[in-house]
Design a protein around this ligand. Structure first.
Ligand code: GLY
Length: 350
């Protein structure tokens, strides 16, 4: 097992390794003071791991209840959020009790935001069961729900008390979902870590899960420690996301997040070449690795449509959008870009 310590406004540990789900109960009990735990999960994950999580919490002397909602991004909305808050109140959870987010990014975001708001904030544990959640969304305290106008438009920074990543849970992921999460792994390698990039080139989908997830979590830990509230350096983690969210929006969310991020990362690479920030070889290597993982690198949407969609994204501040552009593998830059230049830049990246 690998332990990564996160030092943000709250200090907590991320445990990564096989066979960890059975220690959820003892870990939750060790946080102290909680009597009840509400496990929040979705209709895909609950049938697979709900019983094991519940049994472990019970065996550790904790009372449990479970809130299970239909799997998918469509559930990450205000309605589910209020339903969850009402469920917590009906089950009389108190400020010293705990939530457990058992699932992927949607479960973690919804649970985290409910934890941030219920009785003005209660503790929660992240138990990520997808690659995306393990390497990105379960760590760092960004929590959110979607609004009709866009993704993640309402949320809070609310750090978990503990992250338990049992890599055995990744065994049941459909291959498509596993590949999807790999877009965030590749993103991390492009941002910070050429040796990790080379490892992914060498091993493809058979990469060492514990080692690679731990490497991604360490990079994220470093960024979160430096800029927890996303006022500077943390923007880097949006590599591929401004263009990716635009592609996702234009597909009416029929394209998965990871695939959209893959396309967004490839556009960022090609756009960076057009600005002379990186060489063609770097952009080609990024595209090659994404394709090695079965991820797309092109979109049929026009630069104009992508630009309009990108402008509606929350990453904009005033008339400027912070684009994350690769300089070389393992190093990217934040380029404040006037909205008026965006369409041409996207065109260059298509
Ligand atoms: N997923 C991007 C961030 O945590 O900042």
């Amino acid at each position: 097992m690998t332990i990564v310590e996160v030092n943000a406004s709250k200090q907590y540990e991320v445990h990564i390794g096989p066979g960890l789900l059975p220690v959820l109960g003892p870990k939750a009990a060790a946080l102290g003071k909680a009597q009840k735990v509400c496990i929040v999960s979705d209709s895909n994950v609950w049938p697979l791991y709900g019983a094991a999580a519940d049994a472990s919490l019970h065996a550790a002397g904790l009372e449990t209840c479970a809130f299970v909602f239909p799997a998918g991004e469509a559930s990450k909305n205000g309605e589910s959020f209020l339903e969850l808050l009402n469920f917590l109140a009906e089950n009389r959870l108190t400020r010293s009790d705990l939530l457990v987010a058992l699932g992927g990014g949607v479960v973690g975001d919804l649970t985290g935001f409910a934890a941030a708001c219920y009785q003005r904030g209660i503790r929660f544990i992240q138990v990520p069961t997808t690659v995306l959640a393990a390497v990105d969304s379960s760590v760092g305290g960004k929590t959110a729900i979607d609004l009709a106008s866009g993704k993640n438009l309402a949320g809070a920074f609310w750090q978990p008390s503990f992250v338990l990543c049992d890599i055995d849970c990744l065994d049941t992921l459909p291959e498509e979902v596993f590949r999807d999460g790999c877009a965030e792994v590749i993103k991390t390698a492009v941002l910070f870590d050429e040796p990790l990039f080379m490892e992914l080139v060498r091993d493809g989908l058979r990469f060492d899960r514990e080692k690679v997830i731990a490497a991604c979590v360490r990079h994220k830990r470093d960024i979160v420690a430096a800029d927890e509230f996303d006022r500077g350096q943390r923007n880097l983690l949006n590599l591929g996301h401004t263009f990716g969210h635009a592609v996702e929006l234009l597909s009416d969310f029929t394209l998965s997040h990871g695939r959209a991020v893959a396309i967004g990362t490839a556009i960022a690479g090609r756009a960076s070449v057009s600005l002379g920030l990186c060489d063609q070889g770097t952009a080609t290597r990024i595209m090659w690795l994404l394709e090695r993982f079965g991820l797309p690198v092109f979109t049929p949407h026009s630069a104009q449509a992508l630009c309009e969609a990108a402008i509606s994204d929350k990453k904009r501040s005033g008339d400027t959008i912070n684009l994350i552009l690769p300089k070389k593998i393992g190093e990217c830059t934040i380029r404040p870009t006037p909205v008026s230049e965006l369409e041409n830049l996207i065109q260059a990246g298509l």
